[in-house]
Structures are given as structure tokens and as C-alpha cells.
Design a protein around this ligand. Structure first.
Ligand code: R1X
Length: 250
């Protein structure tokens, strides 16, 4: 542990900087959009893909830290945040919709994922399930219900190579009701199991490989940002619900 209060190598924070509840988007740009919804927040550090703010939302202390794209970068953020006292993690991400009927911009609560990436295998064998904490998942669902949002809950597909599409695997996972493909949730859930912290994830879909007519990037982004706002507010509200349950005091 960081007994002397040294700054950690990547997230450039020290003990006392990090709230027990952390919201972790991949995109550093999303950090600013999350912080914009909070009561206030101070920028603590900015290094590589990691931007860190700590502040409050509805009087609950919350840290927001970007994790970058993919398992290796994300695992560094998760590990350093845990070293500095983080207990509850809520990923707010983007993802590709993997059911044909899922409109772009749909908030999806990911409760478990197919481990199609490499980083989590450095922690636990492939047979071990990547599962979100039930309290965090329930809080995200409650938050979306409270705001009367249309949302989905279910399985994710965490993968490494963004520009590689394995058609056979894609079809298999869609047939088995996988809802969303992204690149970090499995690593978060597995590190949660190994380090004993609570984790959950909500994403907004930014694309869908199964649409017959693919929208333009501009069309996709317009829809995505509407869903992203819903996911951000759900994550912040979930943090408040979990704080009320003292989820960080376990
Ligand atoms: O998780 C995925 C990754 O961080 C979602 O968006 C990025 C790739 O475009």
C-alpha cells in the first residue's frame, strides 16, 4: 500500500485523493461530461489516458477516472484506484449493440460478460465467470427505472481487437442473447472478484453490426450521446443509491 502517500505511476494520485465510489468511463472526454452533472469536482490529475476528478453528486463523494480503451490500460486504472481505497466501481461506457432489435443509444446494464479478451486471463482462468456485483447492477437498474428510461439488462462481450470481427462467434453470442460488445467490462468484473471490490457497468450503444442499413458516423453519434447522457445519470444515481446502502463499507 501507499503508506507514504506517494503519487502512483499512472493515475498520478495519492491516498486521500480517491472516493470509495468511482465512476470509470473509458473515454477521457466522457469524464468531463460526467463531472458536468456533479455538484462540483476538482481535477486531481491528468496523465496519458487517465483523467481523475473527485467531487460530490447529491452530497455523495465520487471519483471519476477514465480508463482508456482496452483491458491493459483499464486494468492499470482499476488496480491503482483500488490501492488508493476505491471500493465500488461503476463503468459508464460505449458498446456495439449485438441484438438486431436494439436501437443505437440504448442504455444497457451489463451483468456478466463473455471473456473474449486477454487481460483478465492474467488474473483468473478462462472458466471463471466475469460477473458484476448484484448490488451495483440492481442500483443501476433502479436508477434507470426511477428516470423512466427504456433500458436492457444482460450479457456483454468483452474483446480486444476492435477491427477484427469473428462472424461465427458474433452469431453464436447474438443467438445466446449477448446484448453489447465492448472492451473493458470483463477486466473490471474479474479484478473485482480478485481484489474484493464491487463492480458494475452501464453502457450506451453507439453502433449495431446487425443493422441492414448502417447509419453514418454523425447519425450514430447523435443517437449515442442521448444514450450516454442516460447512462451517465444512471451511474451517478446508482452511486447515491449504493452510498445509502453503505455498499462501500464492506
Ligand atoms: O469498450 C469499447 C472501447 O473502449 C467501447 O468503445 C471503445 C472502442 O471504440
Amino acid at each position: 500500500m501507499d503508506k507514504k502517500g506517494e503519487v502512483l505511476k499512472h493515475i498520478r494520485c495519492r491516498k486521500g485523493d480517491i472516493a470509495p465510489t468511482v465512476i470509470i468511463p473509458g473515454d477521457p472526454g466522457r469524464v468531463e461530461r460526467i463531472v458536468g452533472q456533479m455538484d462540483h469536482a476538482d481535477l486531481l490529475a491528468q496523465n496519458r489516458e487517465y483523467i481523475v476528478y473527485t467531487g460530490t453528486y447529491k452530497d455523495v463523494p465520487i471519483t471519476v477516472c477514465s480508463s482508456g480503451i482496452g483491458g491493459p490500460a483499464a486494468s492499470i486504472a482499476f488496480e491503482e484506484l483500488i490501492k488508493l481505497g476505491a471500493k465500488v466501481f461503476i463503468r459508464v461506457g460505449s458498446a456495439g449493440g449485438r441484438q438486431k432489435s436494439t436501437p443505437i443509444g440504448t442504455p444497457i446494464v451489463i451483468n456478466a460478460t463473455y471473456r473474449g479478451e486477454g487481460t483478465s486471463k492474467a488474473y483468473l482462468p478462462a472458466e471463471f465467470p466475469a460477473v458484476a456485483d448484484l448490488d451495483v447492477t440492481n442500483a443501476l437498474v433502479q436508477a434507470l427505472k426511477n428516470r423512466d428510461e427504456t433500458y436492457q439488462v444482460g450479457l456483454g462481450f468483452t474483446r480486444d481487437a476492435y477491427y477484427v470481427q469473428d462472424k461465427e462467434l458474433n452469431t453464436l453470442l447474438t443467438d445466446c442473447n449477448v446484448l453489447a460488445a465492448e472492451q473493458e467490462a470483463a477486466v473490471l468484473f474479474i479484478i473485482g472478484s480478485v481484489r474484493g471490490v464491487k463492480t458494475g457497468a452501464v453502457v450506451s450503444t453507439d453502433s449495431n453490426i446487425w443493422l441492414e442499413k448502417q447509419p453514418t458516423l454523425a447519425e450514430k453519434e447523435e443517437l449515442f450521446f442521448k444514450g450516454e447522457r442516460k447512462a451517465i445519470l444512471a451511474a451517478l444515481d446508482a452511486a447515491v443509491i449504493l452510498h445509502g446502502q453503505e455498499a462501500h463499507l464492506f
